[in-house]
Design a protein around this ligand. Structure first.
Ligand code: URA
Length: 212
């Protein structure tokens, strides 16, 4: 089955899973190039994302687009999604029950995409993979979990509220191409309970040896 059909199947299962919370909101599955090297993961859709059923299309999304363009990439070349696939009321933070409910689907989505690096946007996404990490301390560091780099970044919405954060987000973002090219030199080996849930389904990278 092609990656596209596998993703389509996951989206259909998400759509019909009546046990999931937040079903009053639209499903925002994610979008982009299924063969992307980098997968961006935010926390949950907001108002505009819910309306358009697309991730990161509001103000934070415009900043994300600008950052992607700024490093010479195109939005359609990466893949963008969220941990929780439906909008929480009033844009509140997703709660642990919601995160746990959507987590098996995210694991499967990651297993299909099999990216080289996951850039987490904000602390919810970072802590999903690295429960002990602290965003102000660990953003911009490169972690390696199960052969995949985890690169924690500030959430663009937070950066829109703080000039200092915006500066740091820009600086971290500009390092993304180098993180991919580095082959993991200097990456911090980490274990991730969330990630290993999907690890069994991740295809073994045949070139893993050459990456490090
Ligand atoms: N914030 C998120 O975390 N995700 C989106 O899709 C939009 C805003």
């Amino acid at each position: 089955m092609s990656k596209m059909s596998e993703l389509q199947k996951i989206a259909e299962e998400l759509e019909s899973d009546k046990s999931l919370p937040l079903r009053e909101s639209n499903l925002v599955f994610g979008e982009g190039n299924p063969d992307a090297e980098v997968l961006f993961i935010g926390e949950a859709p907001g108002f505009y994302e819910n309306e358009l059923r697309r991730p990161f299309v509001g103000r934070a999304g415009k900043l994300l687009d600008e950052l992607i363009k700024g490093i010479g990439w195109r939005r359609e070349d990466v893949y963008i999604t969220n941990i929780v696939k439906r909008r929480p009321p009033e844009n509140r933070d997703p709660d642990p029950v919601e995160i746990a409910a959507y987590s098996p689907y995210l694991s499967r989505q990651i297993a299909v995409l099999n990216p080289k690096a996951i850039a987490t946007l904000g602390r919810f996404s970072m802590n999903y993979f690295l429960p002990e990490a602290k965003i102000s301390r660990d953003r911009g560091k490169v972690f390696k979990v199960d052969g995949c780099f985890i690169f924690p970044l500030y959430h663009p919405a937070a950066a829109l509220r703080s000039t200092q954060m915006l500066k740091e987000l820009r600086a971290d973002f500009e390092r993304l191409p180098e993180v991919l090219a580095s082959g993991g030199a200097g990456a911090i080996e980490a274990k991730s309970p969330a990630f290993s849930a999907g690890a069994a389904e991740r295809p073994q990278k045949t070139n893993q040896g050459s990456l490090f």
